[in-house]
Design a protein around this ligand. Structure first.
Ligand code: AFP
Length: 323
């Protein structure tokens, strides 16, 4: 069976050549990241980098390697005007005549690196008609304005998942040829689910509404929900969202009282928005307890949000506990 390549797919979607160049560039960079991950300890790339990022998180060597690979490769693309990264304090200017802005989490799930578990790269593509110096304010667009979004999951297979606003497509990296081949473009999240995804160890820190919602899932068939639920937690949003795109479910990273001044752990511009774009394109929903995430007007590029995403009916039920 002949599987279409990423370029075949983008041409078939009539994706503009400049946007194609950004997506094809990110795909190429991800292949190099997957090679660095595969070498792991053999290349001396595991462990801590000995520095903190703007989030105050200890950087892993591969966080820095992945960030630099993406930053350097994007800078070679004439279509890219600027970029913002979880690992960069400020926005970075690329080619001032370019019309696309790229935000990304170069290696999501860093705490999984040293245990050879799943990690990923998340990216979001916005457009800008500004000229002159690149400013943070150009990036501060609601997620609904994204021109494309996607991720690469470095799992047993490396898989690229993207949307340009006309559904979601999944590509599998053929290691023999080093090309991403289209393996699924019928991605739909069922409206209901019996599987949820949350880090239960934070339960005592959640607000009472989330505590009650999750406890009623845990009560199973004998409880108010009247059915048993399964739970999964990979500790890499890319892997948990990929599972939801493949077989449904609800994922949440709620606000918690450990850092009450923070709205949540996950970042709006390069985690929640790109994942939310994909989830909505696949028929799911993504909310904070107060409203749809893709409608949020960002205040800054490293803004955090509480996240509830996945099966539309289940997301709406979870949000309703907070009303
Ligand atoms: P790291 O990249 O620091 O491992 O964080 C990953 C993440 O941002 C997201 O991908 C996971 O869903 C979530 O944090 C895991 O958080 P916990 O480690 O608190 O479970």
């Amino acid at each position: 069976m002949k599987y279409p390549s990423l370029a075949d797919y983008l041409n078939q979607q009539n994706t503009a050549a400049d946007l194609q160049s950004v997506l094809l560039g990110l795909a190429d960079t991800s292949i190099n990241i997957s090679k660095a991950l595969a070498k792991g300890a053999l290349a001396g790339v595991l462990g801590a980098a000995g520095a903190e990022n703007v989030q105050g998180e200890d950087q892993k060597k591969l966080d820095v390697i992945a960030n630099d690979l993406i930053k350097n490769d994007l800078a070679t693309l004439s279509a890219v005007r600027g970029l913002a990264s979880e690992e960069e304090t400020a926005v970075v200017a690329c080619n001032l005549d370019g019309k696309f802005l790229v935000t990304f989490d170069p290696l999501d799930g860093s705490s999984n690196i040293d245990i050879n578990s799943m990690v990923g790269t998340i990216f979001s593509v916005l457009s800008s008609d500004a000229d002159g110096p690149v400013t943070e304010s150009e990036f501060l667009q609601a997620g609904r304005h994204q021109k494309a979004a996607g991720y690469v999951l470095y799992g047993p297979s490396a898989m690229l998942v993207i949307s340009t606003g006309n559904g979601v497509a999944m590509f599998t990296l053929d290691p023999d040829t080093g090309t991403y081949l289209l393996t699924d473009d019928q991605i739909n999240i069922p409206k209901e689910t019996a599987e949820f995804s949350v880090n239960m160890s934070n339960q005592r820190h959640w607000d009472p509404a989330m505590q009650r919602y999750i406890s009623e899932l845990m009560a199973g068939k004998e409880g108010p929900r009247g059915k048993n639920y399964n739970m999964r937690w990979v500790a890499a949003m890319v892997a948990d969202v990929h599972r939801i795109l493949c077989r449904g479910g609800l994922f949440t990273y709620p606000w918690d009282a450990r850092k009450p001044e923070q709205a949540g752990k996950l970042r709006l511009m390069y985690e929640a928005n790109p994942m939310g774009f994909l989830v909505e394109q696949a028929g799911g929903e993504i909310w904070t307890p107060e409203g749809k995430i893709l409608d949020i007007q960002p205040d800054n590029i490293h803004q955090r949000v509480p996240v509830i995403l996945g099966a539309a009916e289940e997301v709406n039920t979870c949000v309703s506990y907070h009303n």
